[in-house]
Design a protein around this ligand. Structure first.
Ligand code: DC
Length: 229
């Protein structure tokens, strides 16, 4: 069977990574969470005083950009891939609200996107990969064999995110999450470079009322078809 690239794009917190991880596990493919890469750059900027009072110093970020090393390592114990920033595990830190509130402004910067897109293309050059993000089917892999565009109502997404963070023990506020998702969707969809949009040949799935398992089975069928022909 042929090896393919599966590109999953969509709005913030609509279950892209859950679907991508499940597919990767089933197909024995590599999973890449490109949002984690933009989050890692944001964390780097916060840690190096490149963002002060929510202001991004782009010149300073440009000077530092080559010093940012991002990779993923598989944690066998937790059975999941974790994000490393300059060899330090930042998987938990990049998921917090501070990074979430600043990641969209970081991801509109052209030279940040250029660096990360090149890295992502390199990671997928041998195919057999599931990648999720905002511009995977449109910019990173416009020729991906299977493209999925996920969405769900914003209230549904905020509730899922709230439950997920609360379960982890984070003290979060539902309205803050809702505002964060709405703001990010707006910045992500209206930015000049590589805006979030459905690729023409992507399959649209609104999972507001579909369970994780049902969605997975549906997409797995699509993968099998693409792998055959
Ligand atoms: O997938 P996520 O919510 O963790 O992504 C965080 C942010 O990163 C998202 O709001 C926009 C940006 N992003 C992007 O611009 N392009 C991607 N391919 C992935 C994420």
């Amino acid at each position: 069977m042929k090896k393919i690239i599966i590109a999953i794009d969509g709005h913030a917190s609509c279950g892209k990574s859950t679907l991508a991880k499940d597919l990767a596990r089933k197909l024995k493919y590599r999973y890449i969470d490109t949002g984690a890469m933009y989050r890692a750059v944001t964390l780097f900027a916060l840690q190096n005083n490149i963002i002060i009072n929510n202001e991004i110093n782009k010149n300073k970020l440009f000077d530092f950009i080559e010093k940012i090393k991002i990779d993923f390592k598989y944690n066998l114990e937790l059975d999941k891939s974790e994000t490393f920033l300059n060899n330090i595990n930042v998987e938990n830190k990049i998921r917090g609200m501070e990074v979430s509130n600043l990641v969209s402004p970081i991801s509109i910067i052209g030279f940040v996107r250029e660096k990360l897109v090149l890295l992502q293309q390199e990671m997928g050059k041998n195919k057999a990969i599931v990648m999720d993000g905002r511009d995977i089917g449109t910019v990173v892999f416009p020729d991906a064999e299977l493209k999925i565009f996920l969405t769900a109502g914003v209230e549904v997404r905020a509730k899922r995110r709230f439950d997920e963070l609360t379960k982890k023990g984070d003290n979060v506020n539902f309205d803050e999450i809702l505002l964060n998702l709405t703001t990010r969707d707006k910045i992500d969809s209206t930015r000049k470079i590589a805006p979030l949009k459905k690729a023409e040949n992507a399959i649209l799935i609104d999972n507001s009322n579909i369970g994780i398992k049902q969605q997975f089975e549906k997409v797995l069928e699509l993968c099998k078809e693409k792998k055959k022909n």
